[in-house]
Design a protein around this ligand. Structure first.
Ligand code: PBG
Length: 323
């Protein structure tokens, strides 16, 4: 045999020498959940190791993560039902939980990068990402609400907006609005190819944000479609997105790979709550090695072409690297 591929695997040094993909904490974004109150820390039942924090404890958590090298966070607010209404008005209340949390984090940690979510669902009594009228999820009427939310977050000091609702035209609308208000430096990471996925279940538990009726299939993408993601990416690119995201991650690596090949801006992948929960549950049962599976899943997402990974494993992975 002239070709013996095993020669390049014969020692750890050689394996490291020829390693094609690098994964490090600098590429990770840590999603974190925020609740009202003081001194509150509540575990999400379906996501062991992931907690919802009141702002005071959230600041301690951000400090601890920063020590581990995590510099970018994607906070999400979990609101009580009395703060939700059909117009998601709490989303643009400057003194509401979310803008307050953004302001506090940026005051205490000016160097931390925040990527903040733009969608109605955490604030909507309908549990949908858009305005609901007669059972229909409205597109253009929702944009104005998203705009108010975006300005409230920009004023609070966010670094990057993550419009996550799969409404049409939102990137162009928000880019123009931000620029008109002097926020030319606020970035936009488009949730470009966000699929109508069953893997979001634990996240909706964390925020209590499941739709009250119907599903999200008229706005989130059909898991069967790949070419459609190219059109979504083309639109987001032309509308001014700084980065494109694919979500979920592991079941959609083909999409990550094709966006990476076709668009000259950074590509992110969101390893979602259900992907995390599956690995944690199997590990808790002793059916999988949790640490190795975590690392392999993150590495695979990088190998497919993700520059950035949003993952609930960010802290655990960073802790593991320090061992
Ligand atoms: C909603 C939003 C969702 C997630 C992030 N933003 C859920 C949904 O569309 O219902 C899911 C994240 C996860 O599952 O980890 N705008």
């Amino acid at each position: 045999m002239l070709r013996r591929p095993r020669r390049n695997r014969k020692s750890l040094v050689i394996r490291n020498l020829v390693e094609e993909t690098q994964l490090s904490v600098q590429h990770l974004i840590f999603p974190i959940f925020i609740i009202e109150g003081d001194n509150q820390r509540k575990e999400v039942a379906s996501m062991s190791g992931i907690y919802r924090y009141s702002i005071d404890l959230l600041l301690e958590e951000v400090a601890a993560c920063q020590e581990l090298g995590i510099r970018t966070f994607a906070p999400f607010p979990a609101l009580t039902d009395d703060k939700k209404d059909p117009l998601a008005q709490e989303g643009h209340n400057p003194d509401g939980l979310f803008p307050t949390a953004i302001r506090r984090i940026k005051e205490v940690f000016p160097d931390v990068c925040l990527m903040t979510d733009i969608a109605m669902d955490p604030y909507s009594s309908d549990g949908h990402d858009g305005l609901v009228r007669d059972g229909e999820i409205l597109n253009d009427e929702t944009l104005e609400i998203l705009g108010k939310m975006a300005l409230a977050q920009a004023e609070a000091g966010t670094d990057m907006l993550g419009p996550s609702d799969m409404m049409d035209g939102r990137i162009g609308y928000l880019r123009k609005l931000l620029d008109e208000h002097g926020f030319t430096n606020v970035s936009i990471m488009a949730y470009t190819a966000k699929y109508a996925s069953a893997f979001y279940g634990p996240f909706r538990d964390a925020l209590d944000s499941a739709p009250k009726s119907g599903d999200k299939k008229t706005y989130q993408m059909n898991p069967a479609n790949a070419r459609e993601a190219l059109m979504e990416a083309q639109l987001d690119y032309e509308e001014g997105a700084d980065m494109l995201m694919v979500k979920p991650a592991l079941p959609y690596l083909d999409i990550v790979q094709s966006l990476k090949a076709q668009f000259p801006i950074p590509i992110a992948a969101y390893q979602v709550s259900g992907e995390y929960a599956m690995i944690k549950a199997a590990a808790a049962n002793g059916w999988l090695d949790g640490k190795k599976t975590m690392e392999e899943s993150l590495l695979s997402i990088r190998r497919a072409g993700a520059d950035i990974i949003l993952t609930y494993f960010a802290k655990e992975y960073a802790q593991w690297l320090k061992l």
